[in-house]
Every structure is written in C-alpha cells, then in structure tokens.
Ligand binder design. Structure first.
Ligand code: UDP
Ligand code: MG
Length: 321
C-alpha cells in the first residue's frame, strides 16, 4: 500500500502490556472502522519482557492492519513515540496509551476536528483523580515552573493522547533531540491546535510504568530542554550573595571601628564558607546537566534500535534514524 493511501495511523507505545493488547485492539478496531477503512495500528514494543510482542503477533495474524516495531531494549516512552511517528504512514497519526486510560471513542472527535483543518488535536484531562496528592502537587509545581520559565506554553492537562496531521508529524520527526520531552515538542511545533477535554479512565491491567524517580527525571528533562533559566539564574544568585557578603563586610568593618574587635568569628567564617561552597556546587551541577546533554547530543547515537518487526508499517522507516 502506498503510504498516503493510509488515512489514519494509531501509534501505541507498549512496555509489558501483554494482557492489555487483546482488549485494546477489540475496543479500538470498530471505532477505526467507523472512521475509515484505511487505518493501521503501529505498536511500538519498548523492550517488553512479558510476551507483549507475541500478543501483538497473534492479533496481527487475523488483522494485518495491526503491526509492531519492537525495540532491542527499553528506551522509554518518549523514544517509543518518536519511533512510532517514524513508522506511521497515515495522513494523520493518533498517539495513545495501551492501558485504555485514553478513551478510544475520543479518536472520532479528534478526526472530526482534524477534518475541520486542525493540525493537532489533543486530549485534555479534566481531572487527575486516582493520582496521589503528592503526585498531583508535583505536577502542579512543574506546570507552574514551565509556564514561568519555559520557552513554549503547555496547555493544562494535555498529554500524549492526541492526533497529529502529517504536516506536524514531519516537523516532529526532524526534531531529533535525545532528551525528548514530547509535551514541549508538540507545543513547539505550533500550527492550529485544539484541546478536547476527557476524563481519564482507570488502568485496565497491570500497574503504571512510571516510578516517582522516572517522573522526576522526566520533569527535569522538560524544564532543561525548554529553558535555560537553571543556567542563568546563578548569575543573579551569585550577584545577590555577593551583595550580602559585601554588606556583611561593611557591617563588620563599622562594628570593629565603633566597638573594637570582639571574639574572632570562627562560626560565621565556617558558615559562610559552607554556604558559598554549596552555591558553587549547585551551580556546577546545573552546568554539568547541560554539558551532559550536549555530550549526549554530539554523540549522535540513534534514538532507538529495532530488533523485530510485525506487519506493513514496520517495514518502512529506518532501523537507525
Ligand atoms: N510505556 C513505554 N515505555 C516505558 C514506560 C511506559 O512504552 O518505558 C508505555 C506504557 O506501556 C503505556 C504508556 O507508555 O502504554 C503509558 O504508561 P503508563 O500507563 O504506565 O503511564 P501513566 O498512565 O501511569 O502515566
Ligand atoms: Mg496509564
């Protein structure tokens, strides 16, 4: 089939989602059939070890429009999405999770708006129920920080669940950065975008694949990929600290002149040394983060390595991109 003959591709990153594959396909297929006959599902198996790929192969056997690209190991969801966009052939591409938390019925609404001319139509979560208060709190802090310092603005509650027109897909594919923060990239692309509110469903099978540590790392990648404020803020901190030190020096000088010298100030000496060393270490660490990123980019390693392929879409696209 010629690439442009496919109207709609659905990209689904999967990491140990074996029991979800069957129910997911069953639920999504009739919806896609209602939209167009020319659809495909591209699973990106992100190094699963639980027979996820076998489950996909079983579905593929009776529905050839469902295929998969399988990584040689776990590369992370962001990279899996990038691979999905590389392999999807549709004139529009929908990205969704495998755990049925993203209601597939919404795809019809996405497509409707896409046909109205929107290049990107994204699902917007109306609530974060089922998430712990701590997680919600951190999410809120993150969005505040990003809103304040990021170079693009992120729509509230928008995630990876979205439809992207071919135009947008091609732009995203050119953005070959390694520390990928898709949410920021989607916004960066621009074009006409529209949000569609939806309620997140409960996870069908299995548990979340994102630990707190992973989420924290993710948030950090987000901020540092779209803002240089952590680098630049040290100029101001340094300035303020120096001013404080200058004021203190003045204070001590005047006090010595007025009242004479008292006990030698070891405590204040130690405190200030520790304070300044701390500041220096933090700022060094921040610079290190960015240099690490530069290092990762200059190595120009491929984003991912494909080990196996199932079905048509998987044959297109390069193994090394
Ligand atoms: N996922 C992935 N690679 C990973 C982690 C997750 O491809 O390293 C997939 C996962 O299989 C699922 C989607 O990303 O389809 C969202 O993951 P999950 O539901 O665990 O995240 P949450 O909904 O808790 O944010
Ligand atoms: Mg989920």
């Amino acid at each position: 089939m010629h690439p442009s003959d496919i109207e709609l591709s659905v990209v689904i990153p999967v990491f140990n989602e074996g029991p979800n594959i069957g129910p997911l396909c069953e639920r999504v297929r009739p919806i896609l059939d209602r939209i167009t006959g020319a659809w495909e599902i591209v699973f990106v198996d992100d190094g699963s070890a639980d027979g996820t790929l076998a489950a996909i192969a079983a579905v593929h056997a009776e529905e050839p429009r469902i295929g998969a690209v399988s990584f040689s190991r776990n590369f992370g969801k962001e990279i899996a999405i990038a691979a999905g966009l590389d392999h999807a052939r549709g004139r529009a591409v929908v990205i969704m999770d495998a755990d049925l938390q993203h209601p597939p019925e919404l795809i019809e609404t996405f497509v409707r708006h896409w046909r109205e001319g929107y290049v990107m139509v994204y699902g917007q979560r109306t609530d974060r129920e089922g998430e712990s208060a701590v997680k919600r709190g951190f999410a809120q802090i993150f969005y505040r920080l990003f809103e304040r310092f990021g170079e693009t603005s992120l729509p509230e509650g928008a995630g990876d669940f979205r439809l992207i027109d071919r135009k947008g897909v091609e732009v995203l594919r050119v953005l070959g950065e390694r520390a990928r923060f898709s949410k920021g990239l989607y916004a960066w692309v621009g074009f006409r975008q529209l949000g569609v509110p939806y309620a997140v469903a409960k996870r069908e099978h299995g548990t979340t694949k994102f630990s707190f540590r992973k989420l924290f790392r993710f948030a950090f990648d987000g901020i540092t990929s779209f803002s240089t404020i952590p680098l630049r803020v040290w100029t101001y901190v340094g300035g303020v600290v120096s001013l404080m030190a200058f004021a203190a020096a003045l204070f001590f000088a005047i006090r010595t002149v007025a009242f004479g010298s008292d006990v030698p100030g070891y405590p204040s000496l130690i405190v200030s040394i520790m304070f300044f060393s701390g500041i220096q270490l933090i700022s060094l660490g921040v610079i290190g983060e960015y240099i690490g990123r530069i290092f990762a980019e200059v190595k120009r390693r491929p984003l991912y390595v494909v080990a196996e392929r199932i079905g048509g879409a998987a044959q297109t696209g390069d193994t090394l991109t």
